[in-house]
Design a binder for this molecule. Structure first.
Ligand code: MN
Length: 225
């Protein structure tokens, strides 16, 4: 029996080829990890990547219909490779990082771009721009031993390709991301990391159908309701 005064559900993600789900502890995201995207937003390309987080219950596992959120008139998609960890640690060496990986999925770091710009201009945190209900649709995890090989990453809206790049174009590789993040916080099994988006981000409107794809992984489809 639980000693909690009321029950809460554990957020989780489906696993390809299994009836089991992956339990999510923390959701981390990397900003500015593809050069062409850093340039399209007018940011400093020599900066270190920055980490921010979303809450596990903001995930939309398997995609489907999501609401157009409040507070924005410029709601953007960002297709990203997501890495899920089966183990963690502090100060993980780059060479040891791939042993922590359980698998990979396609994710969308949905963003209130107008709020993000306002917050940046005022020197305020990104929270309201990035961390809100249904802001992190994610496809099922494909278990994969170690690193996913460089793969084509694409996003289309209503059948029109908007983002088309390769994960090899990341500024900071997945092992480097894991290593750096493990200096900021202790990582643990159940943590997932959105690894940044390539160029071509843009707005969506109600009724849009988004298809996010990374070669070798299950695609993710969402509709803006
Ligand atoms: Mn992002």
């Amino acid at each position: 029996m639980s000693d909690f005064i009321f029950p809460l559900s554990q957020p989780g993600i489906g696993i390809v080829g299994s009836k089991m789900r992956f339990p999510v502890r923390r959701v981390w995201c990397v900003g500015r990890n593809y050069l062409a995207h850093v340039r399209e937003l007018g940011n400093d390309e020599r900066e270190l990547p920055l980490f921010f987080s979303k809450q596990p219950d903001m995930l939309v596992p398997g995609g489907g219909a999501i609401r157009y959120p409040s507070l924005t008139k410029n709601y953007h998609f960002e297709v990203e490779l997501v890495v899920a960890l089966k183990a963690g640690g502090e100060n993980v060496a780059v060479a040891d990082a791939d042993a922590l990986i359980f698998g990979h999925a396609v994710g969308l770091d949905m963003t209130r771009r107008d709020i993000q710009k306002q917050m940046q201009e005022k020197g305020r945190p990104w929270e309201a721009a990035k961390s809100f209900d249904q802001s992190a649709p994610i496809g099922p995890l494909t278990p994969f031993p170690g690193l996913l090989p460089p793969s084509r990453i694409r996003l289309s809206v209503n059948g029109v390709v908007k983002q088309d790049a390769d994960t090899a174009q990341m500024i900071w590789s997945v092992p480097e991301i894991i290593s750096q993040l493990s200096r900021q916080v202790s990582l643990s099994a159940g943590d997932i990391i959105f690894t940044g988006t390539p160029e071509g981000v843009g707005p969506v409107v109600r009724g849009d159908r988004l298809l996010a794809e990374i070669d070798g992984l299950e695609p993710l489809a969402i509709t803006i309701a």
